[in-house]
Ligand binder design. Structure first.
Ligand code: HEC
Length: 346
C-alpha cells in the first residue's frame, strides 16, 4: 500500500497531559486483560456456591451488561456520523462514550465471572462460550479505546481502530446471544418462529427448561392424557428443573423431558423401569427430607406426597410415556385416589 503522507496533516506533538492520559488507558487495558484472562483461564468457574457478598456482586451482572451493550453501538454510531461535516462534534464525544463502554464492559465481565464462579452455575459449554466471548468483548473494547487514544500519532492506527471496532461489535452480539440463551433458554428467540422458516435456517428446538412450553410443547402427545405429561412432568418442572434443566444440570441429570429422565445422570440411570426400589430418583424423593441425598435439597419445597406415590407406581409399572391416566383405573386404590386429587380441577 502506498502511504500518501500529504493526506495526513502534520500532527502537533501531544501535550504531556494527553500523553499521561493515554498511557493510563494503556495500563488499564493491560491490567484488565491480565486480570480477566488469569481469572477465567486459571481459576475457571467450578459450579460452586461462595459467600453471600460474592453472589450479590455476581448477580449485578445482568444489570451491568446493559451499559456496554448500549454504549458500544452508541460509540460506533457517533464515529460513523462524525464522518459527516454536520455531525463532526459527535466524533469528539465518541471517545468519551467509548471510554465509558470499555470500563463498563470490564465491570460487566468481572461481575459475570463472579456470577458464574460463586452462584452454583453448572459449567456448561454454553456458559463457557458466554464467558469467553464476554471477556473478549471487554478486552476488545479496552483495545479500541487505547488505539483511539494513540491514533493521532500513527497513521495506520486509524485503520486498526476501524477493524477492532467492527470486531468488537460482532463479538458483542455473539456474547449477548449466548447470554440471552443462558438466561432465557436457547429457544427463547426461535421458539415461535414458523416451523418452515426454522427448518430452512437449520434451527432445532432444544425445548429448554424454564420456557413456559418446555413440557407442554412439542412432545406432548395429542391423544388421551398420559400419566407422565399430566402429573409427573409438571411436578418435575416445578420442583426439579431449576437444577436439572438447561441452565443448571446438577449431577449431569436433566429432568425436563422423558428422554433425559430415562437417560439418567452422571452416575447412570436414575430410573429402573419396573423396579422403583432400584431407582435412584425414587430413592431420593422418598428419603427423610434432612438426608443429604434427599431431592430437592436445601430445604426447597418437596414434591407433594401424592406425586411421589404416582411416580413410584409409574416406575414400577414400567416408566412408560404411553401409560394413560385412564389406565390408573386398574391401579391400587390409594394410587387412584392420589391421581384423582392431583387431577381434580385440571
Ligand atoms: C437446588 C437444586 C436441586 C433441585 C431443586 C433438585 N436437585 Fe437433584 N441434584 C442436585 C445436585 C447438586 C445433585 C448432585 C449431587 C448429588 O448427587 O446429591 C443432584 C443429583 C440428583 C440425582 C442423582 C443424579 C446422578 O446421576 O448422580 C437425582 C436422581 C436427582 N438429583 C433428582 C432430583 C429430583 C427428582 C428433583 C425434584 C424433586 C431434584 N433432583 C431437585 C440439585 C438439585
Amino acid at each position: 500500500m502506498d502511504t500518501d503522507t500529504t493526506q495526513t496533516p502534520p500532527q502537533p506533538p501531544a501535550s504531556p497531559r494527553a500523553t499521561r492520559g493515554r498511557t493510563l488507558v494503556l495500563v488499564l487495558t493491560l491490567m484488565s486483560a491480565a486480570w480477566l484472562l488469569t481469572a477465567a483461564g486459571f481459576f475457571p468457574p467450578a459450579g460452586q456456591k461462595k459467600g453471600d457478598a460474592l453472589r450479590l456482586l455476581g448477580r449485578l451482572h445482568p444489570l451491568m451488561v446493559h451499559l456496554p451493550v448500549t454504549l458500544v453501538p452508541l460509540a460506533v454510531l457517533f464515529e460513523a456520523l462524525g464522518v459527516f461535516k454536520r455531525f463532526e462534534h459527535l466524533k469528539r464525544a465518541a471517545g468519551l462514550v467509548l471510554g465509558m463502554a470499555a470500563l463498563t464492559a470490564v465491570g460487566a465481565a468481572v461481575h459475570g465471572y463472579l456470577l458464574a464462579s460463586a452462584d452454583g452455575y453448572e459449567v456448561t459449554s454454553l456458559l463457557k462460550w458466554h464467558m469467553w466471548t464476554g471477556i473478549s468483548v471487554a478486552i476488545l473494547t479496552m483495545g479500541c479505546w487505547t488505539v483511539r487514544c494513540f491514533t493521532p500519532s500513527r497513521w495506520w492506527l486509524g485503520s486498526l481502530y476501524v477493524l477492532l471496532l467492527t470486531g468488537t461489535v460482532g463479538t458483542l452480539f455473539v456474547a449477548a446471544h449466548f447470554g440471552g440463551s443462558l438466561s432465557h433458554g436457547e429457544d427463547y428467540l426461535t421458539e415461535f418462529l414458523p416451523p418452515s422458516i426454522r427448518g430452512r435456517l437449520g434451527i432445532q428446538l432444544h425445548k429448554k427448561a424454564g420456557s413456559p412450553t418446555a413440557q407442554a410443547g412439542e412432545t406432548r402427545p395429542s391423544g388421551p392424557p398420559t400419566v407422565y405429561f399430566t402429573i409427573i412432568a409438571p411436578a418435575l418442572e416445578r420442583h426439579c428443573v431449576q437444577c436439572h434443566g438447561a441452565v443448571k444440570i446438577k449431577g449431569g441429570l436433566r429432568l425436563d423431558s422423558l428422554d433425559s429422565l430415562l437417560k439418567g445422570g452422571k452416575t447412570g440411570a436414575v430410573v429402573t423401569p419396573k423396579d422403583s426400589a432400584k431407582s435412584d430418583l425414587y430413592r431420593r424423593i422418598t428419603l427423610k427430607s434432612d438426608d443429604e441425598d434427599y431431592m430437592p435439597p436445601d430445604g426447597k419445597p418437596s414434591l407433594p406426597a401424592d406425586v411421589v406415590k404416582i411416580i413410584g407406581w409409574w416406575i414400577q409399572d414400567g416408566a412408560s410415556g404411553q401409560r394413560m391416566l385412564d389406565d390408573l383405573k386398574s391401579a391400587p386404590q390409594d394410587i387412584q385416589q392420589a391421581a384423582i386429587r392431583l387431577t381434580a380441577g385440571k
